[in-house]
Design a protein around this ligand. Structure first.
Ligand code: NDP
Length: 320
């Protein structure tokens, strides 16, 4: 495994990070989740990402159980706050001081840890004054419940404002967690340059477009049993990608991956790690073998001709 600094902080995280959205507590059984976490650890993955809202808090519980007994100093555990986690009361959502203070305690309890390494605002809350949010995050850090703070899916302007307030409060906003893959490049024009300027880096989610960039979904065919797209509860999240023109374009990547000496999954992950502002590819896995495959992207540098051919193959199905 290789490790990269998170923004301009001194925290190193594994460049492949394992996240448990849609899997732990929902798509896969607990035993399989435990096996995936064990495999991740065996492969040198030290960084784990979850959120209070994943499977309505169950994902944090499953991850806490799976990591129990591991040396805490050898792990980086990330979670998030914003969305309601069950039947929502009027204050059970957003980034108010009340919701942040209550959520962090619930997350720590479920994760069975005294602190998380990174506490992230899962979305921007336009209803709560940003000053209140950043003050609450700063207090969470001062209480020792989180070491660093980050955001997810914030715009460049929101990141700039949050970063300035955090700095005034003496805490570090070190990361942004956006969606990023060969198919979804929305952050490239504004978020990445702003983060480079301010010293934040990206931990990018769905680098494999939820499995689509593995090439296993073919245009005009039903998804195979056992895949996310075929799963009745979680498959609906893939609507952006499960379209025939996109699936056909992805098939054009097959010879390019072969010429690069890579599998399709490792091409997809190596591609996001090629961006110098990306600290980690935040991957999901429903079975341990997928993680074995996906870590093959570690340390790969793609040559410019491969990058050019990827752009040519995907053409205008890329979301920018
Ligand atoms: P990926 O794009 O890595 O998709 C993971 C899924 O793809 C797996 O669950 C598996 O699904 C399939 N897959 C993985 N490896 C392979 C392989 N080698 N061959 C074939 N199929 C494979 O990421 P996710 O969409 O799961 O997101 C990763 C993490 O990002 C989340 O767990 C979460 O931590 C974070 N996230 C953050 C969000 C935010 O708003 N901040 C939003 C969404 C995610 P299957 O086997 O079931 O087909």
């Amino acid at each position: 495994m290789e490790f990269r600094y998170l923004g301009d902080s001194g925290l190193k995280i594994s460049e492949i990070t394992y996240g448990n959205w849609l899997t732990h507590g929902s798509q896969i059984e607990n035993e399989q989740a435990q096996r995936c976490v064990r495999k991740a650890l065996d492969l040198g993955i030290s960084t784990f990402d979850t959120a209070d809202v994943y499977a309505n808090t169950k994902a944090e519980t499953v991850l806490g159980e799976a990591l129990k007994g591991e040396r805490r100093e050898s792990l980086e555990i990330f979670t998030k706050v914003y969305w309601p986690t069950g039947p929502a009361g009027h204050n059970d959502c957003g980034l108010s001081r009340k919701h942040i203070m209550e959520s962090i305690d619930g997350s720590l309890r479920r994760l069975q840890t005294d602190y998380v390494d990174l506490y992230q605002a899962h979305r921007y809350d336009a209803e709560t004054p940003l000053e209140e949010t950043m003050q609450a995050f700063a207090d969470v850090v001062r209480a020792g419940k989180a070491l660093y703070i980050g955001v997810s899916e914030w715009t460049a302007d929101q990141i700039r404002a949050g970063h300035a307030l955090a700095k005034d409060l003496g805490v570090r906003l070190v990361s942004s967690q956006p969606q990023y893959s060969m198919l979804w490049r929305v952050i490239e024009d504004e978020v990445v340059p702003t983060c480079e300027e301010l010293g934040l880096s990206q931990i990018v989610w769905s680098p494999m477009a939820q499995g689509v960039l593995s090439g296993k979904y073919k245009p005009g065919q039903q998804p195979a049993e056992g895949t996310r797209a075929a799963h009745s509860e979680v498959g609906g999240s893939m609507g952006d990608f499960m379209q025939d023109d996109i699936l056909a374009a992805v098939q054009k990547l097959v010879p390019i991956a072969a010429d690069a000496g890579l599998s399709m999954p490792s091409l997809a992950i190596a591609w996001v790690l090629q961006n110098d502002n990306v600290t980690a590819a935040l991957v999901g896995a429903s079975r341990p073998e997928q993680l074995e495959e996906n870590v093959k992207a570690v340390g790969v540098r793609l040559d410019p001709e491969i990058m050019r051919r990827v752009d040519e193959a995907l053409g205008d199905v890329v979301q920018r």
